[in-house]
Write a protein that binds this ligand. Structure first.
Ligand SMILES: Nc1ncnc2c1ncn2[C@@H]1O[C@H](COP(=O)(O)OP(=O)(O)OP(=O)(O)O)[C@@H](O)[C@H]1O
Ligand SMILES: [Mg+2]
Length: 267
């Protein structure tokens, strides 16, 4: 099962969300693979590595070679295909936009419980390939109604443009929007409800807005500085949801079949 964290915008916490969701799932006992499909390789260095493979996404996508493209992070059960500058080479491949999907469906990738693909915040062949490879899409939404509407418009356009991929055996998965960097001045529930009404029909039901929202909090940046999963860093329970509460709620919504408390505290 593959999930692609994507947006038509940059700087909307995609990488932070991909890394931390992957680490949280790995702590739940799932085998997880992070795939960095952003030429700016932020996800690739988010967690320290214990094994660095000799190749990354370029080798995988351009040569369709799967040998030694999987690196291991220092976190148990969390692996990585790092980004090694695919600088447009993808465009040369006739099957470019569906190649990643077909590769990830085979060993050694098929063994993972979950594959999480991070993308760049710009439309392009690599973003298309990442979106096509996923069973579901997860998109951060700005917590402000005008930008959120713009998000819905941009996303509907992207989904419409990619819809014909179904003819190539890569139907585009349903999209879950998540409000991010929410502060107390915003009424998340009201924005979410308004967006639900506005997104559902134009997207023909393809876009749904999650109940879980990500609060604005310095812990996400702090944890990243220490190269540590944020749920290990911020475990407090209280009025504002901690990162642990947030990830627990997010996973329960995205993957209802999973039990959602980490098996190891990881200290
Ligand atoms: N919930 C949060 N509250 C406050 N700041 C956050 C939160 N999540 C992430 N950040 C910070 O926001 C910044 C941007 O995050 P991130 O790099 O994940 O975005 P991105 O969408 O991957 O950007 P790009 O499009 O450049 O790849 C980072 O400095 C990150 O630490
Ligand atoms: Mg990023």
């Amino acid at each position: 099962m593959a999930i692609c964290i994507t947006s038509t915008k940059g700087g909307v916490d995609k990488t932070t969300l991909t890394a931390n969701l992957g680490a949280y799932l790995a702590d739940l006992g799932q085998t997880a693979l992070l795939v960095d499909a952003d030429p700016q390789p932020t996800l690739s260095s988010f967690f320290p590595l214990r094994h660095r493979a000799s190749g990354g996404l370029t080798r995988l996508m351009v040569e369709a070679a799967t040998a030694d493209v999987i690196s291991q992070t220092t976190l148990e059960r969390l692996d990585l295909v790092y980004s090694d500058d695919p600088d447009g080479k993808l465009r040369d491949a006739v099957d470019g936009r569906v190649r990643l999907k077909h590769l990830l469906g085979r060993p050694p990738f098929a063994q993972y419980d979950i594959i999480l693909i991070d993308t760049q915040g710009a439309v392009g062949p690599l973003q298309d390939a990442a979106v096509a490879a996923a069973d579901i899409l997860l998109s951060p939404i700005p917590p402000e109604i005008l930008s959120a509407r713009e998000f819905v418009r941009g996303t509907v356009t992207m989904l419409e443009r990619l819809r014909p991929m179904a003819f190539l055996g890569a139907p585009i998965g349903p999209l879950r929007g998540i409000l991010y960097r929410l502060d107390r001045s915003r009424d998340a529930r009201r924005i979410a409800e308004e967006l639900r009404r506005e997104a559902y029909l134009p997207s023909k039901g393809a876009i749904t807005i999650l109940e879980t929202a990500i609060p604005a909090s310095v812990v996400y940046r702090e944890a990243a500085t220490y190269r540590t999963p944020v749920h290990r860093f911020d475990r407090r329970r209280g009025a504002t949801p901690s990162a642990l509460d947030t990830l627990e709620a997010l996973v329960a919504e995205l993957f209802p079949h999973l039990k959602t408390s980490p098996t190891s505290s990881g200290e």
